[in-house]
Design a protein around this ligand. Sequence first.
Ligand code: AMP
Ligand code: ZN
Length: 503
Amino acid sequence: MSSANLPEIKFTNTQTQKKEVFKTQVPGVVRFYSCGPTVYDKIHIGNLRSALVADLIYRYLTHVGYDVQYVRNYTDVDDRIIKKAGDQKRTSDQVSSEFIQEVEKDYAVSGVLDPKFKPKATEYVSKMVAFIEGLVSKGSAYEVKGEVFYSVDTFEDYGKLSRQKFDDLEAGHRVEVKSQKKNPLDFSLWKPAKPGEPSWDSPWGKGRPGWHIECSVMAQEILGDQIDLHHGGEDLIFPHHENEIAQSEAATGKKPFARMWLHHAFLTLSKEKMSKSLGNVFTARDFLTKFGGEVARYLLLSVHYRSRLDFSVDSLNQTLQSLERIYEAKKKALEITQLKTRFPDTRAESLWASFVMQVDGASKDIAAHFAYDLNTPGALASVFVVIREFNRILSEPKTQGTPAAILASQALIRLIEEDVGSVLGIGRLLPEKALEQFNGIRSQLSASDKVKLDGSEIEKRIAERNQARRDKDFKRSDEIRDELLAEGVDLLDGPSGTSWKYR
Ligand code: AMP
Ligand code: ZN
């Protein structure tokens, strides 16, 4: 497709908080960078939301005709990787390679398309050293005892992405923070090596790169000094992406580093921010094994990417219901295309003719929804209106087995598989198989639902148990643990308190 046929697309640019028309430097080509996972453990379903939103962006831009130069990195040098390697007496490389393989398995099951580029930070360390040298020579960075810091005071736009003014914060911090930094907001570009850690040679001695510098360097090396689109979770706006802008714009002297910044909102679990340290994490692997990739995609993509998404049994039930409606309609439509045609019926032909017009209209609406900041719920709502009408016509006498019924069914299948399916990556399975799978999930859900206490009830019992322990009533505290265990809840006692997880 020539770039002249590309639709007008609007995205919400984090930097302005406004919906802006998306324009690329080179017509028809998108240079797209998405911050990928830190590979020290299996990913959780929040991380999967990140991969799926990036996949949605990639699929959508490709669908409308862009050539998408898509980079999603692996952060494979990090404190958590080093710690795990130390604990397990392995190298950091062994740990990160293991989890790259694991995460790729989850991506494959979720239908996440492979980006064109999947760089690992460790492959770019010499480029990072050169990049940091450039910043030092420009006066944007300084060394203190083998550590190199970026000097935020030298970058006048610092805070433009997260839209913050830092003066007050700095002043407060300066008083209390005894640091080798000139400004408490200065961040590490290069860290001196500690014994036993992976390290590389540099003009400042042996060390390793900081996190933020990775993405600036990999983006520049693969995509160039300026990119069109940058994506990550809302947690990355500050400081990670603010720091990427500061580094890249100072190094190249070109603004903007990224024309458009897209951030997806967090996935929460029972209203609590999910994080690995809370112990209430649902790994992507657990989720995918139980519910499969189609359910994961629908659940995580049917909510707008900028809306918080609370994962609950209710959201799963709704997902199943919606997928069942789609696949039941597809099944019926496929059956109709196989029916022997009989003589046309005037009334049926006219009903189907107006249905086909409705499908055409929905197809345009869906395209408009996606073009308007990837409005996935809007696009899905348009499909459901059409499905309802399809079912209504089918409930009327003599509407099946006519030539127009076949054309109409084909139009509906295209709408499901192409207009929505190819962008969301759903609706493309064989209906019988998909419906059978959803049935299986339903029976599992209703069984496990019965034993699941809700989070606030569990927290209440943990508080009761803590009180019993403070009162040295260990019999009662053990009883509470056993009661929870019987209800399918494991307690994990740690230095910072007790966390829990469903077994
Ligand atoms: P990390 O491995 O923590 O660097 O995260 C990889 C990607 O997942 C980043 O884009 C994060 O912003 C995103 N992410 C982490 N936790 C969540 C969450 N709970 N919900 C949505 N995205 C998340
Ligand atoms: Zn990044």
